[in-house]
Design a protein around this ligand. Structure first.
Ligand SMILES: Cc1cc2nc3c(=O)[nH]c(=O)nc-3n(C[C@H](O)[C@H](O)[C@H](O)COP(=O)(O)OP(=O)(O)OC[C@H]3O[C@@H](n4cnc5c(N)ncnc54)[C@H](O)[C@@H]3O)c2cc1C
Ligand code: SF4
Length: 327
């Protein structure tokens, strides 16, 4: 690892002053330091956000909803009783992410900004397209864990469990920085990498996530996060599904938000499935139709076709679970 400067700051204004093209913000360090050790990135300066007290708040107001500072840990999200009660998908996503030690260290802001786990990206010997190279090695290479939706030109998958849950729960993110300052829907933070913009978020080098806010759940709101892994615990999603529904007293869907992780370079909102659900009575047939619609545009690579069925099944189960029906 190359030498670097480490600067601790007291507030976001100071943090932004120290950030530039050659600097990186660091929170828990569980992803950033791994990238540095592997020689994938070599920032000249790390700006330590952990010393900013205002980024650690968890506040709930029954009208305004929930506010979470960027430094809230995954363990706090998992264990906070109010989050488990009002926003179950978020608590479940946090509980299913990584290992207990990583959940203590890892923060909300870092989790939402983490880099892809694509093994070509993580290996400094492969100068792949996302790192500024010419081609995506996953197209003809080992692509069992790669994207089945929205994959061109980078076929990596979005790794965060929290992001799909938060987007399903209609979260807003507050971003601070010289170019981007204000609140936006969390799903707008993510953008598929393109020739002009080889990264999966719209954040520039001097932009920071300050806070997430979630609306207070309306009557009849339910949510769930389901995840399939290639081993029982402590690893990334092959597929993750977050579903948030608002049901009327008779079980009719008033609102639906469905977001998939592990299937595309960004958290993938399944809008066609949401439209199928809207206004309908939740039933096994409806859940199956929504599951098929969610994956209708899937374009698997050579080795990851299994993810299509997996994702369909997870969507179906998530919906039936929310409708209190047999899965
Ligand atoms: C073995 C292993 C298994 C894992 N399994 C899972 C899993 O199953 N599910 C899952 O979701 N995650 C998983 N992770 C990822 C882990 O959850 C993340 O590494 C962690 O949440 C990142 O948080 P951090 O605070 O440590 O971020 P850091 O490592 O400090 O930062 C990560 C990135 O975010 C940037 N950053 C940090 N804070 C901010 C901010 N406020 N604003 C803007 N940019 C910021 C940093 O510059 C860096 O680029 C796993 C990691 C490992 C090592
Ligand atoms: S999928 Fe993306 S990160 Fe992986 S090799 Fe291709 S361009 Fe690089």
């Amino acid at each position: 690892m190359k030498n670097f400067e480490h600067v601790s700051v007291a507030n976001l204004t100071q943090a932004i002053q120290w950030l530039d093209d050659d600097a990186k913000p660091i929170a828990g360090g569980t992803d950033l330091l791994a990238e540095m050790k592997e020689g994938i990135i070599s920032p000249r300066r790390l700006v330590n956000l952990k010393t900013i007290p205002s980024l650690s708040q968890i506040e709930y107001d029954r009208r305004e909803g929930l506010r979470l500072g960027a430094l809230v840990s995954l363990a706090q999200l998992e264990e906070h009783p109010l989050i488990g009660e009002k926003y179950p998908a978020l608590a479940q996503a946090a509980a299913l992410a990584a290992s207990p030690q990583l959940r203590q260290m890892g923060t909300l802001g870092g989790n939402l900004s983490q880099s892809p786990r694509c093994w070509y990206y993580r290996n400094a010997l492969f100068p792949c397209w996302l790192k500024g190279g010419q081609s995506c090695f996953a197209v003809d290479g080992e692509n069992a864990y790669h994207a089945i939706l929205g994959g061109e030109p980078c076929h990596s998958v979005h790794p965060s469990d929290l992001a799909p849950a938060l987007i399903a729960l209609n979260a807003q993110v507050r971003v601070v920085g010289p170019e981007l300052d204000g609140s936006l829907a969390l799903e707008e933070l993510y953008r598929r990498p393109s020739e002009a913009h080889r990264r999966a978020t719209i954040l520039g080098p001097r932009e920071l996530i300050a806070e997430l806010s979630l609306p207070a759940p309306a009557a009849g709101s339910r949510s769930v996060y389901l995840k399939v892994m290639d081993r029982a615990v402590w690893t990334f999603a092959l597929v993750g599904v977050a579903a948030a529904l608002q049901l009327d007293e008779g079980g009719r869907v008033e609102r639906a938000r469905l977001v998939l992780g592990g299937v595309a370079p960004i958290p993938w909102r399944a809008q066609a499935a949401e439209e199928i659900l809207q206004g309908e009575q939740l039933s096994a047939e409806l859940a199956q139709a929504a599951a098929e619609a969610a994956l209708a545009n899937a374009e698997p690579l050579r080795d990851n076709g299994y993810k299509v069925k997996l994702a369909q099944e997870l969507v179906r189960r998530a919906l039936l679970q929310l409708g209190d029906q047999e899965t």
